[in-house]
Design a protein around this ligand. Structure first.
Ligand code: GLN
Length: 385
């Protein structure tokens, strides 16, 4: 057998993908992977059809179509309270996933240390392996997931080059407070660290919480790479449209990674996405309300089933305590759940660096009818099959 790269030997198949496969195999309701089961706004679908008919078939400039960058810069300037220049600061990528890799690749050399809060979204550790980086995990302990300032300072002291901040957080649903963000900002400035944010859930926030953009804090635009995506906000995870917003030097370097990695995101979908970015502010209020309704319904079913969980402050995931079921670990629970109860969830341990095996992650970005069906299945969860 020809040899394969040693550095990837420890990288296993994505647990989320494995659970998707099992969901299909058992015909289960899939609450594992974080995508919605409803369509994007009809206007957006029409814009995609029209873009295909109007001849947007060839490469756009690598940084993204000028029209899309302009529309994105306008929208993000409005929400972030910053002046984003589409020519200098914005790069359109193939999803938030590529944005994160381009950002990390722009900041870190092989061997560099990168601070990752645990639990984390699995891409960050995979990216670290791909780029030969050394992750430094800072635990956010369940059920509160708050930062221990001493642990965080200690991580900065050990010579980190970058910190990854997923806010609102996948998988915890945590929305970082102003104080927590200020602490991260102060440490990043003291230790000359770049913060790479993953803010793909920026518009899915539950009252009274508010999303604050780290790049908007004093002194932080210069040292923040803000990664985002259109996937969640417009229910188009399969379109693979993400972006990097960064100050000039970081932006230029992230563009190099992006250019040689994927060259450009799909042209017709970039053109169609201009329509999405020009939606009025009422669109964002509406999706917040809809997500709040889904959240309330799903959490109500968990309550009725007598399950405990950490109430999500944002994003569309909830970590549920599965210890009352008495399974050996979260994998055994999730395999049983998908096979015997027809619900696919993700074993929580796949998000943790520490040995935490009593949680499972459920995605509630689903139609209310789907959630009703889940509710019926959850009600029978503890009874024999
Ligand atoms: N970001 C999504 C999640 O956390 C999708 C990931 C995936 O499908 N691998 O579920």
């Amino acid at each position: 057998m020809p040899p394969t790269a040693k550095r990837l030997a420890s990288l296993s198949e994505s647990v989320i993908s494995e659970m998707n496969t099992l969901a299909k195999q058992y015909g289960a309701i899939n609450l594992s992977s974080g995508y919605p089961d409803f369509d994007p706004p009809a206007e957006l679908v029409a814009a995609a059809v029209s873009a295909l008919q109007k001849g947007y078939h060839q490469y756009t400039p690598p940084w993204g179509s000028p029209r899309l960058r302009q529309a994105l810069a306008e929208k993000q300037s409005r929400f972030m309270g910053l002046e984003i220049d589409p020519e200098i600061h914005v790069t359109i990528t193939c999803g938030g996933t590529e944005a994160m890799l381009a950002a990390l690749g722009a900041v870190c050399d092989p061997g560099d240390r990168v601070i990752i809060f645990s639990p984390f979204y699995e891409t960050y550790t995979a990216d670290s392996l791909l780029l030969g980086l050394a992750p430094l995990f800072v635990p956010l302990r369940p059920p509160q997931f708050s930062i221990d300032p001493h642990e965080l300072r200690h991580a900065f002291q050990s010579g980190a080059k970058a910190l990854i901040l997923c806010n609102p957080s996948n998988p915890t649903g945590k929305v970082f407070s102003q104080d927590e963000l200020s602490l991260i900002a102060e440490l990043a400035q003291e230790f000359d660290v770049v913060v790479i944010t993953d803010e793909v859930y920026e518009h899915i926030i539950f009252p009274p919480h508010k999303h604050l953009y780290l790049a908007s804090l004093p002194g932080m635009f210069e040292r923040t790479i803000s990664c985002g995506s259109l996937s969640k906000t417009y229910a188009i995870t399969g379109w693979r449209l993400g972006y990097v917003i960064a100050p000039p030097a970081l932006s230029q370097t992230a563009r190099k990674v992006h250019d040689y990695l994927t060259l450009a995101a799909p042209a017709p979908l970039q053109e169609a996405a201009v329509t999405a970015l020009r939606f009025p502010d009422s669109y964002y209020r509406q999706i917040q309300e809809e997500y709040f309704q889904r959240r309330q319904l799903f959490l109500g079913f968990l309550d009725q089933a007598g399950l405990s969980y950490t109430p999500p402050q944002g994003a569309y995931f909830v970590l549920v305590d599965i210890s009352p079921f008495g399974f050996e670990d979260d994998f055994h629970f999730c395999y049983w759940l998908v096979r015997e109860r027809g619900i696919a969830a993700v074993p929580g341990s796949s998000f943790f660096h520490e040995p935490v095996t009593h949680l499972a992650r459920f995605n509630f970005a689903k139609r209310l009818e789907t959630l009703q069906q889940v509710g019926e299945r959850l009600a029978r969860l503890k009874s024999p099959a």
